[in-house]
Design a protein around this ligand. Structure first.
Ligand code: UD1
Ligand code: UDP
Length: 365
């Protein structure tokens, strides 16, 4: 039996790795160990609760105001001890967080093979998203097995010289989660509050947007809400105090906007499904929206999810107030444009990515 350690630490990694944990645990060929770094605390716990995943190890690294040095050093030293004690045959990491990169590096130092879930996403721009573009390229260098969500991601990996036989296109495991959470007849107090309005769903948290870009985003959103009386907005806000401060400065007193604590993932997915339009700088939401047929204005300068843009669901607005305002206004006024962007398409797989990962690992390990 092979010992596989699955490592994650933040909310989006948890959402996309819990389906992998549950699937891998079905196999008689693997002993599965779950290690959380605790880079996030409450937002991670919310996801573990929904999927009923109990970690075997918890580094509990989060401290308020942590910077990249804090996370890197605490995860690296913590993972050294855990990996030395548990001696897994394979470590699986996800995506592009500091947890993922540093855990992959720790495994590499101990010469333990690494599998990278959600491999091959690229903007080729080290500043956007920062530091995620470096993290995912770095994991790509260290990893042996690459689970690419799409054909485009596979091509990116091949262009970097990764061996073809170690790349497997699986779809995105985030869609595995989404197919279990979205239910007809979802009820929520926010939906009652917004029932005669067009509901905007907002999220924002990217490091490179903290500061002026985030001020501009929120100003654009405020202008839109103030100018369109039939629009309401809900913003489940990230726990980062820097985000909260900017939101308080720009959005306080904005009528028809509700700022609420982070939602559990099942509630959030259903809210996305019930909303009219999404404004976000998040990565994962760009994958979920095309499946749900919800237009997304991506408040960033780059995206590593060109499939969603090609599918017509995502539009990149940049982070300037005037550009976000204009793009949002157009979508609210032009029904034909809105309809075109609302076609449900599914570039990120059919909800079987985790199973494909399990089957492939059963073969190659
Ligand atoms: C991290 C990831 C980013 C990912 C994002 C998902 C890195 C460098 N960044 O960024 O790729 O998109 O998570 O949300 O790995 N906090 C809490 N409780 C929580 C979570 C966060 O209080 O449960 C607060 C803490 O004060 C923390 C701050 O949020 O210092 C920022 O968290 P951190 O993980 O450092 O960065 P994120 O912006 O969340
Ligand atoms: N999400 C959630 N609750 C919320 C907001 C978002 O569960 O209140 C989910 C969302 O559906 C997506 C993931 O969190 O799956 C995105 O996380 P985030 O935006 O923090 O990180 P990113 O995807 O940008 O790395």
């Amino acid at each position: 039996m092979k010992k596989v350690m699955i490592v994650f630490g933040t909310r989006p990694e948890a959402i996309k790795m819990c389906p992998v944990v549950l699937e891998m645990k079905k196999s008689s060929k693997f002993e599965v160990l779950v290690c959380v770094t605790g880079q996030h605390r409450e937002m991670l716990q919310q996801v573990l609760d929904i999927f009923e995943v109990k970690p075997d190890f918890d580094l509990a690294v989060m401290k308020p105001g942590q910077d990249l040095f804090d996370i890197t050093s605490r995860v690296l030293l913590g993972m050294r001890d855990i990996l030395q004690a548990a001696k897994p045959d394979l470590v699986l990491v996800h995506g592009d967080t500091t947890t993922a990169y540093v855990s992959a590096m720790a495994a590499f130092y101990l010469q333990i093979p690494v599998g990278h879930v959600e491999a091959g996403l690229r903007t080729w721009n080290m500043s956007s998203p920062f530091p995620e573009e470096f993290n995912r390229q770095g994991i790509g260098v260290l990893a042996k097995y690459h689970f690419a969500p799409t054909e485009q991601a596979r091509k990116n990996l091949l262009s970097e010289g990764k061996p073809e036989e170690f790349i497997k296109v699986t779809g995105n495991t985030g869609i595995d989660a989404l197919v279990t959470t979205v239910k007809a007849g979802f009820k929520h107090e926010i939906l009652d509050w917004a029932k005669d309005s067009r509901l905007l769903v907002i999220t924002a948290h990217r490091r490179e947007n903290l500061g002026q870009p985030m001020h501009e985003m929120f100003r654009a959103i405020r202008r839109i809400i103030e100018e369109f009386p039939d629009v309401k907005a809900v913003y489940p806000i990230h726990m980062n105090p820097q985000v909260r401060k900017i939101a308080a400065e720009e959005l306080e007193g904005c009528e028809r906007l509700r700022i609420i604590p982070p939602l559990a993932v099942d509630e959030f997915h259903n809210l996305l499904n019930a909303g009219y339009l999404i404004l976000t700088d998040s990565g994962g939401i760009q994958e979920e929206a095309p499946s749900l047929g919800k237009p997304v204005l991506v408040m960033r300068d780059t995206t590593e999810r060109p499939e969603g843009v090609a599918a017509g669901t995502l539009k990149l607005t940049g982070t300037k107030e005037s550009c976000i305002y204009q793009a949002c206004r157009e979508l609210l006024e032009d029904e034909e444009l809105y309809r075109t962007m609302s076609q449900a398409r599914n570039p990120y797989g059919d909800g079987t990515a985790s199973k494909q990962i399990r089957l492939w690992l059963e073969e190659v390990l």
